[in-house]
Design a protein around this ligand. Structure first.
Ligand SMILES: [Zn+2]
Length: 134
């Protein structure tokens, strides 16, 4: 660790020098997004092979995709045998009340394509399963 590495952190969990690393990390974020968005379940090792970098940095980019500033994507995780985790990235999820496909538009607001943010079942806003199951 040197003084430069304590500069502003934009990518959480990664200490970096903005001038040197921003472009590299942004490109990795774009590659992770391009590879995973609506393409089903991925393991971190498989995704790392696909986009390059280290498994640690690829895991960090998956977490970044959840954040509003990086698009607020729906990033689900599920544990499969042997402690292996799978991840899936999407723009859409399914409401646990009305089962309608809904889209994340920010600030925990999920809307469908037909009636805005009103749930057919509850007449409240749509609700997303906290576990991320769809
Ligand atoms: Zn609903």
């Amino acid at each position: 660790m040197n003084n430069l590495s304590r500069r502003q952190q934009h990518f959480d969990g990664v200490t970096y020098q903005p001038r040197l690393d921003f472009e590299r990390l942004s490109n990795q974020l774009e590659r992770v997004k391009a590879a995973t968005l609506d393409t089903g379940w991925w393991t971190v090792p498989a995704l790392t092979l696909a986009v390059g970098g280290s498994e640690t940095s690829v895991s960090a980019r998956l977490r970044d995709l959840r954040k509003q500033k990086f698009g607020g994507y729906h990033v689900e995780s599920r544990r499969v045998k042997g402690g292996v985790w799978h991840y899936r990235v999407s723009k859409f999820a399914r409401c646990i009340d009305c089962k309608q496909q809904i889209k994340h538009v920010g600030n925990n607001v999920w809307v469908d394509d037909t009636d805005g943010d009103c749930c057919f079942e509850t007449n409240e806003i749509h609700r997303l399963n906290k576990k991320g199951d769809v």
